[in-house]
Design a protein around this ligand. Structure first.
Ligand SMILES: *[C@@H]1O[C@H](CO)[C@@H](O)[C@H](O)[C@H]1NC(C)=O
Ligand SMILES: *[C@@H]1O[C@H](CO)[C@@H](O)[C@H](O)[C@H]1NC(C)=O
Ligand SMILES: *[C@@H]1O[C@H](CO)[C@@H](O)[C@H](O)[C@H]1NC(C)=O
Ligand SMILES: *[C@@H]1O[C@H](CO)[C@@H](O)[C@H](O)[C@H]1NC(C)=O
Ligand SMILES: *[C@@H]1O[C@H](CO)[C@@H](O)[C@H](O)[C@H]1NC(C)=O
Ligand SMILES: *[C@@H]1O[C@H](CO)[C@@H](O)[C@H](O)[C@H]1NC(C)=O
Ligand SMILES: *[C@@H]1O[C@H](CO)[C@@H](O)[C@H](O)[C@H]1NC(C)=O
Length: 699
């Protein structure tokens, strides 16, 4: 950008508002802007402006009220001293700014402005004390200081100095020590976020009486210990409470359930909390989202049923036992349920059929019996994970009503019977895992009619969009995106077996696969499976499949992992498979395959373990040579030799063997000791000669 482009602009001497945000402007700010002395609001965020702000024309614009500089490449002194003469300044916003540190210490001067809104965060990982000019502010209503590694033992003075303060966000800094409470209650404060700092000690007993007006309280990812104080019940306006990732213990206090009747979003995950997931008597009827995973909770009270508006319930990794709670059947708006890794027993009650449910994760419990019609009409269900339970009976025919199902995990149960063609009606399916069951019969060819288009992370938890953050103080990542990310993240341990982190993480967003391993499937592999060119992973291992590997598998061009081991497959490995460039894992070991192993750049990356225990396979990398499969296996060779040298070596060794045989026979026939000695001498000489011939011809 050149100054010329702004020549016209600089003539607008009475201009009051200039908004050039979200362009691709770069370079220094034009000098002539110094003439725009009437400017009150300047918004130049999200460009690529550079230069030292202290030398820019902005220091001349002393009428400024609003200054927004976020997302540029300016260098800005953290002291903000160049703006100390801007007596009308009320709002400074500088997010992801490049702050110049260290000059703050020597400043004795006092700014002439009294801000009501300040938002600072740093682009780098700098560590800095809270800037001194803030000590002189007493009109602040909103403070956002995030991700700068601001350090200090207390922020109490910020609250006490600024009696109008409504929102204080200090997340992702380096504040330490125990939390201190103001001497008098601060009813105007509605939002307090001190998440991701290094606070420790107990949460002050009087937190609720000190901040009775809080609507949003976030204290996650610190090291708070002790119990949740009962004064939380005094925060009657609380909508959003996050105490996750601390070291809290004890029960959820009754007062919280009775007093915080506006609560919509409660997150207490990753602590050591125990007892009941909610108090037996509570008023939390507005709750949208309840996240209590990774704690020591043992019971689910009947009072859960009054949370009519619950959309998300995450109570996995606790010590919950007993039967599946019927209280959950009453949650008519439930979209997301994760109760995995508990000790839930008994059958899934037929009453559990929330019409909007999208995600059900009940893996690693002790659920038993056949699947009733629990999910009947759950047409929006996208993920159903019931792996590692003790479920029995056939795979239910009503599954075909789950028309949105993307991911079906039924592995490690006792399901039996055949895979019914009803499963093939699940046209949205991208991942199905039936491994480690007692399923039998043949593999239904209609599986080839499902496209197994990759799972594109399509989960949407509606209604959680109405989170209580007041605009415009909301420089957070979209909460919905976070949910989607961890929905997928938490599925990963359940869909992976070998090498989970590396291999599957990469394809988290576009995963698709079929795993039928460890069952009693018989018959041929249907050639229709070869139509699934989207498929990333196919595992048919540990069954009793017979017949040949279908030639159609040459069309599995997207497949990265193909495991057909431990079956009774016969015939050749189709040579066309050599063209499957995506293949990273290939296993046909423990079958009865024969003939040459396909050769190609990709197949050379698979070692002998892919083929072991197939007596009649030949060619690299196994020891058997394809030119004479009826001979006993020759010794293993390295992979270096070319085909030409292999043949030469073969002829040499064949000739040597022939001569040795002939001489040996003659020697045996000769009974005379003298001749015997002479013949043996000749044999020895010949052998030595042959040896040198072979050695000389080796590459
Ligand atoms: C500011 O305006 C004056 C005329 O009013 C002009 O002479 C001067 O060059 C301008 N300054 C800049 C930096 O453009
Ligand atoms: C502020 O104004 C005073 C006098 O009016 C001046 O001495 C000082 O240099 C100015 N500071 C800045 C940063 O412009
Ligand atoms: C604000 O707090 C700081 C630190 O406690 C103190 O030095 C300063 O005088 C206070 N300012 C006002 C305006 O009260
Ligand atoms: C905290 O800051 C670090 C780097 O400064 C960043 O990577 C991380 O995403 C931030 N966390 C949150 C919760 O904003
Ligand atoms: C598996 O199913 C067969 C019948 O198909 C049955 O005989 C066998 O007992 C079952 N095995 C287990 C472990 O349930
Ligand atoms: C296929 O399934 C078997 C048994 O479930 C497992 O041991 C093997 O690692 C799987 N193969 C691949 C490539 O993941
Ligand atoms: C393996 O296949 C050959 C034919 O290719 C057959 O003669 C032999 O019986 C099979 N062996 C087993 C163990 O199935």
């Amino acid at each position: 950008m050149t100054t010329k482009c702004f020549a016209g602009l600089c003539r607008l001497k009475t201009l009051q508002l200039l908004d050039l945000s979200s362009n691709e402007l770069e370079g220094n700010l034009p000098r002539c802007w110094a003439n725009l002395t009437s400017l009150m609001t300047i918004v130049i965020s999200s460009n690529q402006f550079t230069g030292d702000i202290a030398l820019s024309p902005l220091v001349n614009l002393t009428s400024l009220i609003v200054l927004e500089l976020s997302y540029n490449d300016f260098q800005i002194p953290i002291s903000f001293r160049p703006f100390f003469n801007h007596s009308r300044l009320e709002k400074i916003e500088c997010l992801y700014c490049d702050f110049l540190l260290g000059t703050d210490e020597f400043q004795a001067s006092v700014p002439s402005f009294q801000l009501d809104d300040i938002r600072l965060s740093a682009a780098g990982n700098s560590s800095v004390a809270v800037p001194k000019f803030l000590y002189h502010q007493h009109n602040l209503e909103r403070i956002y200081l995030g991700e700068i590694s601001f350090s200090g033992k207390s922020f109490l003075w910020l609250i006490e100095n600024n009696t109008e303060l409504m929102a204080l966000v200090l997340h992702n800094n380096s504040f330490t020590g125990p939390l201190q409470m103001p001497s008098n209650p601060i009813p105007k404060l509605t939002e307090l976020d001190i998440a991701s700092n290094h606070f420790s000690g107990n949460i002050p007993e009087d937190i609720g009486t000190s901040f009775p007006g809080l609507q949003v309280l976030k204290m996650s990812a610190n090291s708070f210990t002790g119990t949740i104080p009962s004064s939380f019940g005094d925060m009657a306006s609380l909508v959003h409470l996050d105490l996750s990732r601390n070291l809290l213990s004890g029960n959820i206090p009754n007062s919280l359930g009775m007093g915080c009747s506006s609560l919509q979003f409660l997150r207490l995950s990753n602590n050591n909390l125990q007892g009941s997931i909610l108090p037996a008597h509570h008023n939390l009827t507005d709750l949208h989202s309840l996240e209590l995973h990774v704690n020591n909770f043992t019971t689910i009270p009947n009072s859960l049923s009054i949370c009519h508006n619950l959309v998300m319930l995450k109570i996995n990794l606790n010590h919950l036992d007993g039967p599946f709670p019927t209280a959950i059947c009453q949650l008519k708006f439930l979209q997301y349920l994760d109760m995995s890794e508990n000790n839930i027993t008994g059958i899934l009650p037929a009453c559990f059929s929330p019409p909007d449910i999208q995600f059900v994760q009940l893996s690693k419990n002790r659920l038993q019996g056949p699947l009733p019609r629990a999910f009947l009409n759950c047409t929006r269900l996208q993920v159903l994970a019931l792996g590692h339970n003790q479920l029995t009976g056939p795979i239910p025919i009503w599954f075909d009503s789950l028309s949105s199902l993307n991911i079906l995990l039924l592995n490690d149960n006792h399901f039996e019977g055949e895979i019914l063609s009803q499963l093939c009606h699940l046209s949205e399916l991208s991942l199905i895992t039936l491994s480690n069951n007692n399923l039998s019969g043949s593999i239904t060819p209609c599986l080839g009619n499902i496209t197994f288009r990759p799972f594109l992370n399509r989960i949407r938890i509606q209604q959680l969009g109405v989170l209580p953050f007041r605009e415009p103080l909301r420089p957070y990542a979209d909460e919905l995106e976070i949910y989607q990310a961890y929905i997928v993240e938490e599925l990963v341990p359940f869909v992976t077996k070998s090498n989970p982190r590396v291999y599957f993480r990469e394809m988290l967003d576009y995963f698709s696969g079929i795993d039928l391993s460890c069952n009693n499937f018989v018959g041929h592999i249907p050639p229709d499976i070869g139509k699934l060119f989207h498929l990333k992973s196919l595992n048919l291992s540990h069954n009793s499949l017979s017949g040949t590997i279908p030639v159609t598998f040459a069309n599995l061009t997207g497949t990265e992992s193909l495991d057909l081991s431990y079956n009774r497959l016969t015939g050749n490995i189709p040579s066309q498979l050599a063209n499957l460039d995506s293949l990273q894992v290939f296993n046909v070991s423990f079958n009865n395959l024969s003939g040459p192993i396909p050769q190609g750049p990709h197949f050379q990356t698979f070692d002998g373990m892919s083929y072991i225990s197939n007596q009649l396979l030949c060619g690299m990398p196994v020891s058997r040579n394809c030119t004479d499969p009826e001979l006993a296996p020759v010794t293993p060779r390295t992979r270096k030799g070319t085909e030409f040298m292999d043949m030469e070596t073969f002829y040499v060794s064949f000739t040597a063997a022939y001569i040795t045989m002939l001489l040996g026979v003659l020697a045996v026939l000769c009974i005379n000791p003298y001749w015997r000695r002479a013949w043996f001498h000749l044999v020895e000489v010949s052998l030595r000669y042959c040896y040198y011939v072979v050695v000389d011809n080796l590459p």
